[in-house]
Design a protein around this ligand. Structure first.
Ligand code: FAD
Length: 432
């Protein structure tokens, strides 16, 4: 049985590994090039940054093309990985269970979460290696009754050198990313094609026959018995729309806003990001030196990286946003999101000030990198793990399936869903 898996991130790598090891002949089609971490020391850029000579975030792609950034409105920047490993290669290494809204559709991923945790072994990063200010904020949050928890991380502390730059790739190989599943798939015989963008799915009489690809300007048709779309929250709806299929305008992004302060010599970058978090109804707080805001947000420009400190709000945002055929996205911060941010930021302020960070505290830039929601699973779809309107032989296995925003790390959720989708594919095709 020939299967095409589109994308090699949290969803794609998981599904490819599972299908290949169960007798399918898997081809993984990946739009990006093979991932290489950004290895330059960021201190070289400090003078340019301070003088505003780095320009806007668009210029970052010349330095680090794997990080794709696009503005979905004047205020909101969306970030994703377009490379082998997808967005997981840019991750902070947080591996956390999250299931907001899944109970409403009757989906329980507990066995898949457990199975993946047993494989990835997430553990908190040793507290003795947290920066002093991060520990102070943790204790303030504890005293305030916010129940902070050390974040389970897929980061090997023996290999990690605390460079704080997880989001531009781990050059030490200390942090897990989905390329480990990808190698397991290819070691078992799956083929990986990079720089291979899927444009659309080929359908005949409402049945999938293959995909049309664009490989460095050349278009080609690849045939398959089934196609799994794991191109992420933007890629998957784009392909579906270009195939004449409808998606829902419910894109969510778990929008992040970091409250920035100044503590001379805090050196918060010298630890992995987000070593602890507090969980609230629709957001989390977590220590974070937001490097995007550090580089590109004008109000943060004057402060050196050694003195910059931050506490992140990650919000379960309103599920509203549209992806178009050309890959552009329209999504804004809603009045409800703003109300939630106001509440969260004032709590973050209390924690920071309690830990001795003095005013002024300045908001960073709004950005979102957990992209999902446009192909939401409904209650009736859960038994077959597939939206009922998808044609025969076409599956989705990425965050696009998740109906509600999470305000929490989403790799484990995506991989767990993909595992369940893969098992359902195996079950259905075993009968043929
Ligand atoms: C900076 C950053 C930090 C993050 N940190 C964390 C964290 O610490 N913990 C956590 O749990 N989550 C984190 N996330 C979120 C997490 O990485 C994503 O939610 C998760 O990877 C989503 O999986 P996915 O399979 O849906 O998409 P992705 O992992 O993004 O994979 C999509 C894949 O499809 C490919 N693709 C796209 N279009 C096409 C096309 N047309 N043809 C072929 N291939 C295509 C892409 O190149 C990519 O490989 C972070 C995200 C970002 C951006």
């Amino acid at each position: 049985m020939r299967a095409i898996v589109v994308g090699s991130g949290a969803g794609g790598a998981t599904v490819a590994r599972e299908l290949q090891s169960n007798g399918f002949e898997v081809s993984i089609l990946e739009a990006g090039s093979p991932f290489k971490p950004f290895t330059r020391n960021i201190s070289w850029s400090e003078p340019l940054r301070r003088w505003g000579l780095l320009g806007g975030e668009g210029n970052f792609r010349h330095l680090f093309p794997h990080m794709n950034m696009l503005r979905s409105s004047a205020d909101l920047l969306l970030v994703r990985g377009l490379t082998t490993g997808g967005s997981t290669v840019l991750s902070c290494g947080n591996i956390v269970r999250t299931h907001r809204g899944l109970g409403e559709i009757g989906l329980d991923l507990t066995p898949e979460f457990q199975e993946l945790e047993d494989k990835i072994h997430p553990k908190p990063f040793p507290q003795e290696r947290w920066r002093p200010l991060t520990s102070k904020m943790y204790h303030v949050a504890l005293e305030m009754g916010l129940k902070p928890q050390p974040t389970p991380k897929a980061v090997d502390p023996h290999l990690c050198v605390s460079c704080g730059l997880c989001e531009v790739g781990c050059h030490r190989g200390a942090r897990w990313d989905s390329r480990r599943f990808l190698s397991e798939a290819t070691n078992q015989g799956a083929t990986l094609h990079t720089n291979c963008k899927v444009e659309r799915v080929i359908l005949e009489k409402d049945t999938v026959k293959g995909v049309e690809i664009n490989q460095q300007g050349k278009k080609k048709i690849l045939k398959a018995d089934l196609v799994v779309l794991s191109a992420g929250g933007i890629g998957t709806p784009q392909i579906l729309k270009n195939s004449g299929l409808k998606v829902e305008n419910r894109l969510w992004a778990d929008i992040v806003l970091t409250l920035g302060g100044v503590v001379p010599g805090a050196r918060q970058l010298e630890e992995p990001p987000m070593v602890w978090f507090t969980e609230h109804e629709n957001y989390i707080l977590s220590p974070y030196l937001d490097i995007l805001s550090h580089f590109f947000h004008k109000p943060w420009r004057k402060v050196s990286v050694k003195d910059r400190v931050g506490l992140m709000v990650k919000l379960a945002d309103t599920e509203k946003g549209a992806v178009y055929e050309d890959g552009t996205v329209e999504k804004d911060i809603t009045p409800h999101d703003n109300e939630c941010f106001d509440e969260a930021v004032s709590l973050a302020k209390e924690v920071m000030m309690g830990a001795g960070v003095s005013e002024p505290l300045v908001n960073g830039m709004y950005n979102g990198g957990h992209l999902g929601g446009t192909v939401p699973l409904k209650k009736g779809d859960v038994s077959l793990m597939k939206p009922s309107w998808l044609p025969d032989g076409l599956w989705v296995a990425d965050l696009s399936l998740v109906p509600r925003s999470q305000g929490m790390p989403t790799i484990l959720l995506t991989a767990a869903l993909a595992l369940k989708v893969a098992r359902e594919i195996i079950r259905q095709y075993e009968k043929i």
